[in-house]
Design a protein around this ligand. Structure first.
Ligand code: DQA
Length: 149
């Protein structure tokens, strides 16, 4: 059974009420519920973590290295600022898939650069809640590094 850790970064706990014109009206709880349903149907063991704190996100990534086969991560604003999160992903052998609800490439200049993309297998952006569901599907399809198979 493939083990997937989904990590949500800062302010994503406010989904539903936060800028619904950009991020939609679905709450984080509803997203997590849909992820759990898809995981059950596709034989994935799922853990979900959200934090507004950079260091906690780093620790969650570090902690995943002995459990997760794949990390699905929406680092939110830290995408554009955090070398620490990038380094944590780079430090471990667990492949990561980067997720964004909005299409960051079609938004402000500062959102178009990601510290996370170069250390990710791939990126799913712009599909709202479905970005997460597509990323979870990708997590079941990608080839794992030798040691993890
Ligand atoms: C986001 C995009 C980021 O630029 C922003 O800071 C977020 C959410 C997204 O999912 O579209 O908080 O990661």
């Amino acid at each position: 059974m493939r083990k997937v850790l989904v990590i949500h970064g800062p302010n994503l706990n406010l989904l539903g009420e936060r800028e619904p014109n950009i991020y939609g009206s679905t709450t984080l709880e509803e997203i997590n519920q849909s992820l759990q349903e898809q995981a059950s149907k596709t034989g994935v063991e799922l853990k979900v973590f959200q934090s507004n704190h950079e260091g906690e996100l780093v620790e969650a990534i570090q902690g995943a290295r002995h459990w997760a086969d794949v990390i699905v991560i929406n680092p939110a604003a830290y995408t554009h600022t955090s070398v620490a999160i990038r380094d944590a992903l780079s430090a471990i052998a667990v492949p990561a898939i980067e997720v964004h609800l909005s299409n960051i490439h079609a938004r402000e200049n500062f959102r178009q650069a990601s510290h996370i993309s170069p250390v990710s297998v791939g990126q799913v952006v712009g599909f709202g809640k479905n970005s997460y569901l597509l990323a979870l599907q990708a997590a079941t399809l990608i080839t794992l590094p030798e040691a993890k198979k």
